[in-house]
Design a binder for this molecule. Structure first.
Ligand SMILES: [Zn+2]
Ligand SMILES: [Zn+2]
Length: 1016
C-alpha cells in the first residue's frame, strides 16, 4: 500500500488546534494587511444599504469587566453579520469621559474623601487634569481589550464626550429644550447623596444594587391634638429626622378611623390597623370610643412638638393656616403602620406635591452636605440622618414616644458611594420630560426590543413620567450653559463656544475650554438691567452626555445618514440609563415622537459560576484579559453567546468554557484539517469539482443529499435566530451541525471511501470533497461573527489555499444563503428514520450486553411500509452504522425465528428492531480484531502518530492461542484499519525489542507495540 497522504508542512493549520497562537497570528495578519479598514472601506464604497450605529460609550472610570466583553462580542457579532450581508455599518467607537463615576475614581486615586475636601485641597484645574489623565489611562486598556477580543470597532473614529465640539452639540439639544419650555429651574425634591454631594436622577435611584438592606429606627410617636385634653394622632416613621421639617399630617379620606382609649389617652388611627397594631405594641387593654371617616379629621390642628427648638416652625404656622393640620390624601397607605402619616415637603416627593398644590411653604433647611442650616434651630450643623437619635430622645422627654425599635429594610443608597440617599427639596435644573411623555412613549413603541420582558420593563419605567433632574453640583462635566443675572434674575442660555465668546465681558485666555473652572470665569452683561450674569454653577448629568451621542458625535451629513441607528445593545442596567436618555433627548431635539434607534437589545448581566454578583469584596471578579490569555477570544465569545439567552443573567464559569467550547471549536478545526489533507492528496480543485459537477457526474449519494439539505435548513434558521438576537439558540444549531451531522455522522459514513487511492473511485472522492468543502466553507462563514479568528484562519488555511482567487479576508465574503436546489425533504426524513433505527439498535445491544464494536450477523426491522422503504434507500449505511452483516425488513409481522431464537430487541412507536445475539467464531474473530484495532489506534494517537502516517509494524504479544486462531482470517483487514505494513503475533514480548504497552481486553491482558516513522 502506498502512502496516500502528503505531510501538511506547508499548511497554516498546525497539528493541534492551538487557539492562542492562532489568534496571535491572525491578529498580525489583520494588522499587517489593514483588514479591518479594508472591510469598512469596501462596504462604504459598495453596499446594499447603510445601517446606522452609535456606540454606547463605556465610561472610562475603570477597566472593562467580563460583562463588557460579552456585550462587545454581541456588538461585533452584529457588525460582522451585517457587513457580510452587504451593509455598511459605521461601527465607530465612543467614550464616556465625564461625570460622577470618573470624579469618584479620581477622588479615590487622590485620596480625597468628598467634594468639600477636594475643593479645599485640590484646585479645579488640577482635578480636571487628573480626570483627563485617568480617562486616558483606562482608554488604553479598553482598546487593548477590543483588540484582543477581535472587535472590529473603528477606534480612530471614536467620539469623546468631553471634547468642546461634543459639548457644544449637547448645548444645542438643551437650547431646543429651552425654546420648547422644557428646561426649567425649580425647587424640587431630589434624591441627594450626602457623600457625593450631588443630587441623583430618578433613573439612578433605580439602578441595580442601589437598594441595600440597612438598619433604621422604626418609630411610633404621638402628635397631640391641639386644644384637646388627651387626644393624640398616632404616627409611624423610619426617618425621625423628618419630624424637624414636618408641616402637615395626612389621612386617607375614605377610610374608617377610630379614637381608641389607651390608658388615660385617646389615640387616633385607621380602624383596620387597630388589632394588629395593639398586638405589635403589646397593648392588651384598649377600647374604641368613636369611629369616623378620615375626611372628618381634615383640618384637625396638632401641636408641633419642637417649636421651642426650631423657632422657624412657629413662623411657618403663622404664614399658612394649613401648617400643622390634618389634610386628606389618597396616597396614604392604610395597609401598614397607623394610617396617619406626617408630611415633610422638604424631604419627600409626595409630601412636596401635597404642599405645593395647597400653597404650603416648603421647609428645607439643609446645606450642601445635607446638614441642617440655622433655620434648623437646635439641630443646626448636624447631618440630617444623624439627628434621628436626637429626635427620638426629644420625643421621649416630651412623653410623645410610643415605641422605637430597629428595623432592617431595603433602602436606596447611592449607586456609587453607597451612602443612604436623603430626599431634599433643592434648587435644580430639570428637563420637563414629563410634559412630553406621550411622545416619548410613542417613540419607544416604535422600537424593536426582541424580547417582551425587556420591552415591558423599559416601557413601565418610561410611564413613570418623572421630570429629569439634569443638574449636578460637581466639577468634571459638561457645564450647564445657563447664565443668570445677579441683579434681576434674568437668564440666558448659550449654545455654542462662539456665542459664549461674543457675549463674554472679558475674553478668556488661550487655554480656555468648555469646562469648569474656565467657563465659570466668563460673565455676561444682562440685557435687561445691565447687571452682571454668572453661570449657574452646575454640570450636566453624565447620562445627558451619552444621551446626546447620536446628534453630538456625527457631522450634519452623517447624522442624516446614520440616525436612527439600526441596532444598539447594552446591559439591562441601561434601561434607566443610556436607552432612556437617548430617547428623551432625541424627542426633545426633533420635537417628534421618533426614537434614535430602531432596535435595542438589553443584555442580562454577568454573574459568577454560582450565580452571585461579581464584586471585589467577594473576590469573584473575572478579568477578561486573563480569560483571553488563557482560553482565547474565540472561546470567550462563543461561550458567552452560547451559554444562555442574551437577556438572561449569565453564570460565567471559566471551567465550562475551557471544556465544552474548546471541544466544539477544535472539532471544526480538525474536520477542516481532515478535509484538506485528503483533498490535497487527490488534487481536488473546488472551482472544478463543484457540487454541480458532482451532480452531473452522478456521484452524489443520498448521504450527501441529506447533509446538504440539512445544511440549507440550518443556514436559514441560524440566520433568522441571529437576526432575532437568539444567539444561544443559533449557536446550538451550528454546534449540532458540526458535532453531530458532520463529525459524528457524515465523516464516519464516507471515511472508508476516502481511505482508498484507486483511480476508478476518484470521481466519487471528488464528490465527497465537494460536499465537505461546501459544508465546511459555509460553516466557517457562519462562525465568523462569533469566532472571527478561527474563521479567518480557516479561510486563509483552507478556502484560500484551495482557491487563491477568494477575497483577502473572510469578512469580505458574502453571508451564505440557503440554496433551494439543495433542499431534499425526503432525504432528510429518510435519514431521520435511519438515525432513529440506529439508536434503537444501540438500545437493543445495551439490553443484551452486546458491545457496539462486536459485529453481529443479522438485524431485522419490523415496521410500516414507509419506514422500511425509507430504510432500504440507506441500507448500506444502516449496516455500517449498526455493525451488522445483513439487514432484513418485515412490514407484515415479526418473523417467527427471531422470537424463537430470543433475539435482542428494542422498539419505539411502530418500529421494532431485532438483533441476532449469537456470535460464531467468525464474528468473535471480527469483534476481537476491532477491539484490538481500536486499542492500536489509541496507542498511535498517544505516541503522536498522525492519522495519515503508515506504520512499519504492529506487534501483538501474550494473546492466547484461541484468540490468535480467531484473529488470523482478519489479519489483512486489521492491517488496513490500523494503517500498518505488518501485523505480527508473538507469544512473548522477549521475541522483539520494542517498547511494549499493556492493555486490557475484556478479561484478557495483551501487550502491544508499534513502530514506524512519524510525519514531520
Ligand atoms: Zn454618592
Ligand atoms: Zn439683570
Amino acid at each position: 500500500m502506498t502512502a496516500k497522504f502528503k505531510t501538511d508542512s506547508e499548511t497554516n493549520l498546525t497539528v493541534d488546534y492551538r487557539p492562542l497562537e492562532l489568534e496571535q497570528e491572525i491578529r498580525r495578519f489583520w494588522e499587517r494587511n489593514r483588514i479591518q479598514q479594508k472591510v469598512a472601506e469596501a462596504r462604504e464604497k459598495k453596499n446594499k444599504g447603510i445601517l446606522g450605529y452609535v456606540e454606547g460609550p463605556p465610561t472610562l472610570n475603570g477597566i472593562p469587566h467580563v460583562g463588557h466583553a460579552r456585550g462587545r462580542a454581541m456588538k461585533d457579532l452584529r457588525y460582522r453579520l451585517k457587513t457580510m450581508q452587504g451593509y455598511f455599518v459605521p461601527f465607530w467607537a465612543g467614550w464616556d469621559c465625564q461625570g460622577l463615576p470618573v470624579e469618584l475614581e479620581v477622588e479615590k486615586q487622590m485620596g480625597v474623601k468628598n467634594k468639600r475636601e477636594l475643593l479645599q485641597r485640590v484646585s479645579e484645574e488640577r482635578f480636571v487634569e487628573e480626570c483627563k489623565k485617568t480617562i486616558m489611562k483606562y482608554h488604553k486598556q479598553w482598546v487593548e481589550l477590543d483588540c484582543k477580543l477581535g472587535v472590529f470597532i473603528d477606534q480612530a473614529k471614536a467620539y469623546w464626550t468631553f471634547h468642546d465640539a461634543y459639548i457644544e452639540k449637547e448645548w444645542q439639544i438643551l437650547k431646543r429644550a429651552w425654546d420648547q419650555g422644557l428646561l426649567e429651574e425649580g425647587h424640587y425634591v431630589v434624591a441627594y447623596c450626602p457623600g457625593c454631594q450631588t443630587s441623583l436622577s430618578n433613573a439612578e435611584i433605580g439602578f441595580e444594587d442601589s437598594y441595600q438592606v440597612v438598619e433604621d429606627p422604626s418609630l411610633y410617636f404621638k402628635f397631640k391634638v391641639a386644644d384637646s385634653r388627651n387626644e393624640y394622632l398616632l404616627v409611624w416613621t423610619t426617618m425621625p429626622f423628618t419630624l424637624i421639617t414636618d408641616t402637615m399630617a395626612a389621612v386617607r379620606p375614605d377610610a374608617d378611623y377610630v379614637k381608641v382609649q389607651v390608658g388615660g389617652e385617646v389615640w387616633i388611627l385607621v380602624k383596620q390597623r387597630l388589632e394588629p397594631l395593639m398586638k405589635e405594641l403589646a397593648i392588651e387593654k384598649f377600647k374604641i370610643v368613636q369611629t369616623q371617616k378620615g375626611k372628618s379629621l381634615e383640618g384637625t390642628r396638632y401641636e408641633f412638638p419642637f417649636k421651642d427648638m426650631v423657632p422657624r416652625q412657629a413662623e411657618l404656622e403663622k404664614s399658612s393656616p394649613l401648617v400643622h393640620t390634618v389634610i386628606c390624601e389618597d396616597f396614604v397607605d392604610v395597609e401598614t403602620a397607623t394610617g396617619v402619616v406626617h408630611l415633610s415637603p422638604g424631604n419627600g416627593e409626595e409630601d412636596f406635591f401635597a404642599a405645593m398644590k395647597r400653597g404650603v411653604p416648603i421647609f428645607a433647611p439643609f446645606d450642601d452636605e445635607a446638614k441642617f442650616t440655622v433655620e434648623g434651630g437646635k439641630f443646626c450643623g448636624v447631618f440630617a440622618r444623624d439627628t434621628d437619635k436626637m429626635v427620638v430622645e426629644e420625643l421621649r422627654n416630651r412623653g410623645l414616644l410610643v415605641e422605637v425599635k430597629p428595623v432592617r429594610h431595603e433602602y436606596p443608597t447611592c449607586w456609587r458611594s453607597h451612602h443612604k440617599i436623603v430626599w431634599l427639596a433643592r434648587k435644580e435644573y430639570f428637563l420637563r420630560t414629563d410634559k412630553i411623555n406621550a411622545r416619548v412613549l410613542e417613540a419607544a413603541e416604535k422600537v424593536e426590543y426582541f424580547f417582551d420582558e425587556t420591552k415591558n420593563r423599559f416601557m413601565s419605567f418610561l410611564r413613570e413620567r418623572k421630570p429629569w433632574c439634569i443638574s449636578r453640583e460637581r466639577v468634571w462635566g459638561a457645564p450647564l450653559p445657563v447664565w443668570k443675572c445677579r441683579e434681576c434674575g434674568a437668564k440666558t442660555l448659550v449654545s455654542s463656544k462662539k456665542e459664549l465668546l461674543e457675549k463674554a465681558l472679558e475674553k478668556p485666555s488661550g487655554d480656555f475650554e468648555l469646562h469648569k473652572p474656565w467657563v465659570d470665569r466668563v460673565t455676561f452683561k444682562c440685557e435687561k438691567c445691565g447687571g452682571t450674569m454668572f453661570r449657574e454653577d452646575f454640570v450636566l448629568d453624565t447620562w445627558h452626555n451619552s444621551g446626546a451621542s447620536p446628534y453630538a458625535r456625527f457631522s450634519a451629513d452623517d447624522y442624516a445618514k446614520y440616525v436612527p441607528a439600526d441596532f444598539l445593545t447594552e446591559g439591562v442596567d441601561q434601561t434607566r440609563g443610556w436607552a432612556n436618555s437617548l430617547l428623551l433627548e432625541h424627542v426633545i431635539l426633533t420635537g417628534r415622537p421618533e426614537p434614535p434607534y430602531k432596535a435595542f437589545l438589553f443584555q442580562g448581566l454577568v454573574q459568577d459560576a454560582k450565580g452571585r454578583k461579581m464584586s471585589k469584596s467577594v473576590g469573584n471578579v473575572i478579568d477578561p484579559n486573563r480569560l483571553l490569555e488563557k482560553y482565547s477570544a474565540d472561546a470567550t465569545r462563543f461561550y458567552s453567546l452560547r451559554k444562555c439567552s442574551p437577556i438572561d443573567f449569565i453564570n460565567f464559569d471559566p471551567n465550562e468554557l475551557g471544556r465544552r467550547t474548546y471541544h466544539v471549536l477544535s472539532t471544526l478545526y480538525h474536520l477542516n484539517r481532515f478535509f484538506l489533507q485528503n483533498a490535497e492528496f487527490d488534487n481536488f480543485d473546488p472551482r472544478k469539482h463543484t457540487l454541480e459537477w458532482a451532480r452531473k457526474a452522478k456521484q452524489v449519494k443520498n448521504v450527501e443529499s441529506w447533509l446538504l439539505s440539512k445544511l440549507q435548513g440550518m443556514i436559514e434558521t441560524y440566520t433568522s435566530r441571529l437576526e432575532k438576537c437568539e444567539f444561544n439558540g443559533a449557536l446550538a444549531l451550528l454546534e449540532d451541525f458540526v458535532i453531530e451531522s458532520l463529525s459524528r455522522l457524515y465523516v464516519p459514513m464516507v471515511r472508508k471511501e476516502l481511505w482508498t487511492d484507486e483511480p476508478q473511485t476518484l470521481d466519487r472522492r471528488f464528490a465527497v470533497y465537494a460536499t465537505l468543502h461546501h459544508a465546511l466553507w459555509t460553516v466557517t462563514l457562519l462562525f465568523n461573527p462569533v469566532t472571527p479568528y478561527l474563521s479567518e484562519a480557516l479561510h486563509q488555511g483552507v478556502s484560500r489555499r484551495l482557491d487563491p482567487t477568494l477575497p483577502e479576508s473572510v469578512n469580505l465574503e458574502d453571508w451564505p444563503k440557503p440554496d433551494a436546489e439543495l433542499r431534499n425533504k425526503v432525504a432528510e426524513e429518510d435519514f431521520e428514520t435511519l438515525f432513529k433505527c440506529v439508536s434503537l439498535v444501540y438500545a437493543a445491544r445495551q439490553s443484551a450486553g452486546l458491545k457496539r464494536r462486536w459485529p453481529l450477523s443479522g438485524l431485522v426491522i419490523v415496521g410500516p411500509k414507509e419506514v422500511c422503504n425509507a430504510l432500504r434507500t440507506v441500507s448500506e449505511l444502516l449496516i455500517e452504522l449498526t455493525n451488522v452483516q445483513a439487514v432484513e425488513y418485515a412490514t407484515e409481522k415479526t418473523p417467527q425465528r427471531v422470537l424463537d431464537e430470543k433475539w435482542a430487541t428494542a422498539s419505539e412507536g411502530d418500529i421494532q428492531v431485532f438483533l441476532n445475539p449469537h456470535r460464531d467464531e467468525k464474528l468473535l474473530g471480527a469483534g476481537l480484531m476491532r477491539d484490538l484495532a481500536r486499542r492500536v489506534q489509541a496507542l498511535r494517537k498517544e505516541l503522536g502518530y498522525m492519522p495519515t502516517d503508515v506504520l512499519e509494524a504492529v506487534h501483538i504479544a501474550e494473546l492466547d492461542d484461541e484468540s490468535i486462531r480467531l484473529l488470523e482470517p482478519y489479519a489483512s483487514e486489521m492491517k488496513n484499519l490500523v494503517r500498518s505494513k505488518e501485523l505480527l503475533f508473538q507469544v512473548s514480548r522477549g521475541e522483539t525489542s520494542v517498547e511494549w504497552h499493556e492493555s486490557q481486553l475484556d478479561d484478557k491482558k495483551v501487550a502491544m507495540a508499534i513502530s514506524g516513522k512519524k510525519a514531520e
